[in-house]
Design a protein around this ligand. Structure first.
Ligand code: NAG
Ligand code: NAG
Ligand code: NAG
Ligand code: NAG
Ligand code: NAG
Ligand code: NAG
Ligand code: NAG
Ligand code: NAG
Ligand code: NAG
Ligand code: NAG
Ligand code: NAG
Ligand code: NAG
Length: 403
């Protein structure tokens, strides 16, 4: 029911924020000093990279330009091309993926895990896709309250989803959003035949074109959305996903006590942390392999000033106002922003971290929602359960439990 989207954004929100981090929205944009709006909070550095919302930021160029689409099949034999989200500086050539939580490689697959009491894992592609065909072989997690995700998410919150709710292993939910606008009729359940979603590999495809969007399972089209069907006559616009998007894979606790009632209900109820997977392995898990990205060309008429990045040029966030640019996507360091990406001295990704103590991905198995600050942080961060505190210092950080 509820967009998983904001959860992802929040998982990546961290890095440097003010002790009293300004909030942001379309009507209340970020101040120049903290120009980047990320999941409703203003900041610099990580806030200006993937997930930075140009429409709610200080200006359209506050967020760093978005790395352009790359044709690629990803297999998983190691994590060399992945980096912890708050070490990433925007160079998608150097690191294809950013992550948070507890991912690991096993059996030539990417396993996203959710240890007992944690908020799970997120794995996001740094190359944006502006129309394309995206396929992966996936085995979902299982158990009520446990949500597996495979979605496309744009920086102004256009979204195309597959979501598996762990109580039902013979279906997957398909959904889409335009600029984050909730509409329950957009969610459609698709049956998965031939075994189930946990025990068996199935190939899930999103075929996203400017005029049509298809969800395909094992090569069979389960749902088609036409752009025309999304026309809003009052606003004079198509409410169709249309901006460059990142692929995000996730395993998260929809049935966590930290979630709203609607989300818990949608997830099938509260998670049983004593269930089989926790007892046997110590975590819930979802598996992904051979992910293929085929980039479609930019829509006819797109202004083409280069082949490095996508940039927003209008507050409308409409497809017709996205441009191709030659501008770099890389910040010199985590104090920089899109307003001047080379203001600070250059550091390497391996040196960079908003907080070295929050850097380790898998050493702390702490539980998610026990700390005092958790609730407020979770609320303002769209409820990705956050542990830790806003440290009152110049470079305060939000330390996420799962990091
Ligand atoms: C990005 O990383 C690649 C590979 O490490 C490197 O060749 C390139 O110079 C980097 N680009 C920038 C802008 O730092
Ligand atoms: C790894 O794959 C093999 C062969 O398909 C299978 O027998 C084994 O159970 C898998 N291991 C795990 C941990 O899934
Ligand atoms: C799972 O979803 C399918 C399709 O909506 C439905 O037919 C089936 O009854 C559901 N199963 C469970 C256990 O909820
Ligand atoms: C949801 O979308 C449908 C189909 O496009 C549309 O008819 C309906 O008005 C929308 N409802 C809301 C509440 O936005
Ligand atoms: C969408 O609507 C326009 C105008 O009515 C029409 O020209 C076009 O063929 C339609 N496109 C599709 C894919 O149906
Ligand atoms: C259509 O656009 C108008 C004006 O922006 C907005 O108030 C309305 O909620 C939109 N309708 C839908 C179904 O999204
Ligand atoms: C899990 O089982 C243990 C031992 O049986 C019990 O003490 C505990 O309360 C259970 N925890 C939950 C979260 O159900
Ligand atoms: C998971 O954690 C809860 C709370 O600490 C505990 O009650 C439960 O026994 C744990 N589950 C397992 C299978 O260890
Ligand atoms: C991906 O893996 C699945 C399951 O092993 C296999 O059926 C499929 O052919 C593979 N696809 C590609 C493109 O390698
Ligand atoms: C990706 O591959 C397709 C053909 O499969 C090609 O048309 C397209 O130009 C390629 N795009 C990029 C960005 O390499
Ligand atoms: C590219 O960067 C230059 C220099 O920072 C800037 O003037 C220009 O507006 C940028 N172009 C786009 C399309 O954002
Ligand atoms: C970015 O900041 C550096 C260091 O202050 C300065 O030298 C450079 O001129 C600035 N670049 C732009 C485009 O403002």
């Amino acid at each position: 029911m509820r967009p998983v989207a904001t959860l992802f954004l929040a998982a990546l929100a961290a890095a440097t924020v003010q002790a009293t981090a300004p909030t942001c929205s379309a009507d209340d944009k970020c101040p120049e000093d903290y120009p980047c709006c990320y999941s409703g909070m203003c900041g610099v550095g990580t806030y200006c990279l993937g997930g930075c919302n140009p429409l709610d930021s200080y200006s359209l160029d506050s967020c760093a330009p978005e790395p352009i689409c790359k044709n690629q099949t990803y297999t998983f034999t190691n994590m060399d091309n992945a980096i912890l989200y708050d070490h990433y500086l925007g160079n998608a050539t150097e690191y294809d993926w950013v992550y948070s939580g507890y991912p690991k490689i096993q059996n030539d697959s990417l396993w996203l895990t959710m240890p007992n009491g944690t908020t799970g894992s997120l794995f996001a592609l740094n190359h944006y896709i502006w129309y394309g065909k995206i396929s992966a072989s996936i085995k979902s997690s299982r158990t009520k309250g446990v949500i597996t995700g495979f979605i496309l998410m744009s920086d102004d919150e256009d979204e195309i989803d597959y979501e598996w709710v762990g109580y039902n292993l013979t279906s997957v939910q398909t959904n889409f959003y335009f600029q984050g606008i909730e509409n329950y009729t957009n969610e459609v359940t698709a049956a998965v035949s031939d075994g189930d979603t946990f025990d068996d590999w199935h190939t899930y495809t999103i075929d996203w074109k400017p005029e049509t969007l298809e969800w395909q399972i094992d090569g069979v089209t389960m749902r088609t959305l036409t752009r025309n069907s999304t026309y809003n006559a009052t606003a004079g616009r198509y409410q169709y996903p249309q901006t460059p998007s990142r692929l995000e894979m996730s395993l998260w606790p929809g049935g966590s006590e930290a979630e709203g009632l609607g989300t818990i209900e949608w997830a099938g109820g509260l998670i049983d942390w004593n269930s089989t997977d926790i007892e046997e392995y110590g975590y819930f898990y979802a598996q992904y392999k051979n992910i293929t990205i085929e980039c479609y060309p930019a829509p006819a008429g797109t202004i083409d000033d280069g082949d490095v990045s996508y940039v927003y040029t209008s507050d409308s966030g409409l497809s017709s106002t996205i441009e191709l640019s030659g501008n770099s996507t890389v910040l010199n360091n985590l104090e920089d922003t899109g307003l001047n990406m080379t203001a600070g001295s250059k550091v390497t990704a391996s040196d960079s971290s908003s907080d070295s103590s929050s850097g380790s991905s898998s050493s702390s198995g702490s539980s998610s929602s026990s700390s005092g600050s958790s609730k407020s942080a979770a609320a303002s961060h769209g409820q990705w359960a956050v542990q830790g505190s806003l440290v009152a210092a110049v470079a305060a950080v939000v330390a996420l439990s799962s990091l």
